[in-house]
Design a binder for this molecule. Structure first.
Ligand SMILES: Cc1ncc(COP(=O)(O)O)c(C=O)c1O
Length: 261
């Protein structure tokens, strides 16, 4: 009778761990706090206690590289009813699994993607466990032999089913502005910080669907999958069909950034 199960009344985080250390933990916890506030759920633990849970999970799973999954639901109530029950206690669920990061050589093999109509709701900025639309859209990609679906709303490409979108055109990096139609990815933030450090010109603006077909490079980013170059879009090559020069520069900077931590 947990509302996370019955209604998807819950939010979550996925946090990669490199060499025992959660990557960008503070940013993940800030996003968790924002998601909790957006669904009017009082934060059940403070950051110190979240860190204790992370440390325990990492240690119990043998340390090294892992991926922590963390979910907070509104909790259990014996009566299934839509409004929030009074005096309900949030449920916390967390686990850690091995992180199978790809090497740069493996990542440089690239992925294929398809474009699909974004059928999600209007609060995609909340990291909600209501992921049915994302699941169905990703499955559509897989059924067509692709690895990710790029979601298009009203003629604009917003993000992937579980990734943020970057386009390179004439050596300029473009990513959609953060708003209610996409999730503010932690990896997206790192990529923008590294772009500034690497003196790569970038802009946050809406990307028209048709810009995808003339892009020099397309990347999709997420915590566990890092930065993936898209080699094929709707079965057509992206740019020259190879991992592009700006992607090579960015993935090198990303690996160095991880090492430094
Ligand atoms: C819809 C969506 N967009 C973007 C991302 C990437 O976010 P992050 O870089 O924080 O993993 C995710 C990750 O799960 C996602 O589900």
């Amino acid at each position: 009778m947990d509302r996370g199960f019955l209604f998807g009344d819950s939010v979550y985080e996925v946090i990669p761990v490199y060499n025992n250390k959660p990557f960008r933990a503070e940013q993940h916890l800030t996003r968790l706090a924002n998601s909790l506030a957006a669904i009017q759920l009082t934060t059940p633990l403070d950051n110190n206690n979240w860190h204790k849970i992370f440390a325990e999970l990492i240690q119990q799973n043998g340390g090294g590289h892992q991926s922590i999954y963390l979910q907070c639901t509104r909790g259990f109530s014996p009566l299934r009813d839509f409004p929030f029950p009074n005096n309900i206690k949030p449920t916390i669920f967390a686990y850690s699994a091995p992180l199978h990061s790809k090497s740069v050589a493996e990542l440089s093999q690239g992925i294929s993607a398809i474009t699909v109509k974004d059928i999600r709701w209007l609060r995609c900025d909340i990291k909600s466990t209501n992921l049915l639309a994302n699941v169905l859209l990703r499955q559509q990609a897989v059924a067509q032999g692709a690895q990710e679906a790029i979601l298009v709303r009203d003629g604009f490409a917003v993000e992937g089913s579980a990734t943020n979108l970057f386009v390179v055109k004439k050596a300029k990096l473009i990513t959609p502005v953060k708003n209610n139609l996409l999730l503010g990815g932690i990896t997206r933030e790192v990529v923008l910080e590294l772009a500034a450090q690497q003196k790569i010109t970038f802009v946050e603006r809406a990307i028209k669907e048709k810009e995808l077909s003339t892009a020099d490079e397309i990347w999709l980013t997420s915590s566990n999958r890092e930065i993936m170059p898209v080699m094929q879009l709707n079965t057509k090559p992206v740019g020259d069909g190879q991992a592009g020069p700006l992607w090579r520069k960015m993935i090198a900077a990303y690996q160095e950034f991880k090492q430094k931590l």
